[in-house]
Design a protein around this ligand. Structure first.
Ligand code: NQM
Length: 351
C-alpha cells in the first residue's frame, strides 16, 4: 500500500485488459481484497465511471501475482473477474488472455530474472491448478513489447508471447468431459460439455435457430435460452449452482467460412464475446476434435502440423491441441501483451 493508493500495472493481455498487482500490495484477506478491487475498478456500475474498469467483462479483470509457493513454477497467478454491474469478484475461472501479461509483469516486478534473448516463465494458474509456460522476447534482459505478431481483435502488431499449457484437462471440473458423456441433451438441444482449461458448453448454432455467423449484438436475444442451458449444464458438470458464476461459457459452433476449423460465438457467460477466450478456444477445439462430440461433424480439420484456427466474430484464433485418445498431450497458443501504465491506482472510498 502507498497512502490511499495501491501499486498497479495496467496491461493488455491478448484481447483482454486488466489491472496487475503483486499479491503483497493487496490486502491478504480475500474479503478485504475484493472490496478494494471493486472500488479500484469502479464496480458495480454499467460504465465503471469512477474506476479503471472498462465497463465490459473483458476489461474488468485482475491478476494477482506472487513468487511461486511450489518448485514446479516460478510465479503464482490468481485471476479475478470483477463484475461490471454486479458487486462480485470471482475466482471461479482462469483467463488465458490476462495470462499473456503475467510473464512480462513478473520480469518487470523483479520476480523472475530475464534471459538475454528471451525468457520463459513457469506460471502456476491458481484458479485451475495447472502450469503454463510463457516465452517472450527480452533482448538485453528487458521485456520487449514490440514485434510483428498480429492477433485478431487487437489493432497492429506486438511481440509474441508463446503460451504452452500442461494439465489443463479437467482443471476446473475434474475431467475433460465433466458429465462423463460425449453428449447431453438439455432443453431438447444436444450439447458437449468440455473442460480443457475452461468449462464450456458446446452447442450447434443451428440447434438454437441461428446461423452462428451473427454479430454479438444480434445474439443478445438468446440470453435467456443460454442461461437455461448453462444452469443445467453447470449442475451436470459438477459446478453446482452457477447462477452468479462466470463459468461455464456457452459456445455456439457452425461450419467454418473463413478457412478455419470451426466458427464460434461464445457467451461469457451471457454477453457475447467480441472474439473468444484463450482457454475457451482451447477447450472448444478439443471438443471438436473428438469424434462424436457436438461440432466434430461440421468442422474442417487442418493437415497435421498446421494450427487449428477457431473463427470468431473478429477473426481467428490459432490453437494447437494434441490429443491421444481422450488424453490431452499438450496445448499451446500465441498471444501478445503490452504494458499500458505502471503506477498507483486510487480506489474510490467506501459508500
Ligand atoms: O478463455 C473471456 C478472455 C476470456 C477468458 C471469458 C479467457 C480464456 O477473452 O482463457 O481468456 O471467457 O470470460 O479474456
Amino acid at each position: 500500500m502507498n497512502g490511499d493508493g495501491v501499486r498497479c500495472m495496467m496491461m493488455r493481455g491478448g484481447t483482454s485488459k486488466g489491472a496487475y498487482f503483486l499479491a503483497g500490495d493487496l490486502p491478504s484477506d480475500p474479503a478485504g481484497r475484493d472490496d478494494l478491487l471493486l472500488r479500484v475498478m469502479g464496480a458495480p456500475d454499467p460504465r465503471q465511471i469512477d474506476g479503471i474498469g472498462g465497463a465490459h467483462p473483458l476489461t474488468s479483470k485482475v491478476a494477482v501475482v506472487s513468487r511461486a509457493a511450489g518448485a514446479d513454477a516460478d510465479v503464482d497467478y490468481l485471476f479475478l473477474q470483477v463484475g461490471v454491474e454486479e458487486p462480485v469478484v470471482s475466482d471461479r475461472q482462469n483467463c488465458g488472455n490476462v495470462l499473456a501479461g503475467i510473464g512480462p509483469f513478473a520480469v518487470e516486478r523483479g520476480l523472475v530474472a530475464a534471459g538475454d534473448e528471451r525468457t520463459s516463465v513457469r506460471i502456476r494458474m491458481v484458479n485451475s491448478h495447472s502450469v503454463a509456460t510463457a516465452t517472450f522476447p527480452t533482448p538485453g534482459g528487458v521485456v520487449d513489447y514490440d514485434g510483428d505478431t498480429a492477433i485478431s481483435g487487437v489493432p497492429g502488431t506486438a511481440a509474441p508471447v508463446v503460451l504452452d499449457f500442461a494439465e489443463t484437462e479437467g482443471s476446473s471440473c475434474g475431467a475433460l468431459l465433466p458429465t462423463g458423456r460425449l453428449r447431453d441433451v438439455i432443453d431438447g438441444i444436444e450439447v458437449t460439455c468440455v473442460d480443457n482449461g475452461m468449462p464450456v458448453v458446446v452447442a450447434a448454432a443451428s440447434d438454437l435457430g441461428v446461423t452462428g455467423y451473427e454479430s454479438p449484438d444480434e445474439l443478445d436475444a438468446l440470453r435467456d435460452r443460454v442461461q437455461s442451458l448453462r444452469l443445467q449444464a453447470g449442475e451436470l458438470m459438477g459446478l453446482g449452482d452457477v447462477t452468479g458464476a462466470s463459468v461455464p461459457k456457452t459456445t455456439l459452433v457452425a461450419p467454418p467460412r473463413a478457412g478455419g476449423m470451426v466458427c464460434t460465438r461464445t457467451f461469457i457467460p451471457l454477453r457475447v464475446h467480441a472474439s473468444i477466450g484463450v482457454l475457451g478456444a482451447v477447450s472448444v477445439a478439443t471438443a471438436v476434435l473428438i469424434d462424436g462430440a457436438v461440432g466434430h461433424d461440421l468442422a474442417e480439420f487442418p493437415p497435421p502440423g498446421v494450427p487449428m484456427s477457431v473463427e470468431h466474430p473478429t477473426g481467428r484464433l490459432d490453437v494447437e491441441v494434441e490429443l491421444d485418445g481422450m488424453t490431452v498431450r499438450r496445448s499451446s497458443i500465441v498471444r501478445t501483451a503490452r504494458k499500458l501504465f505502471d503506477g498507483t491506482v486510487f480506489p474510490r472510498s467506501r459508500p
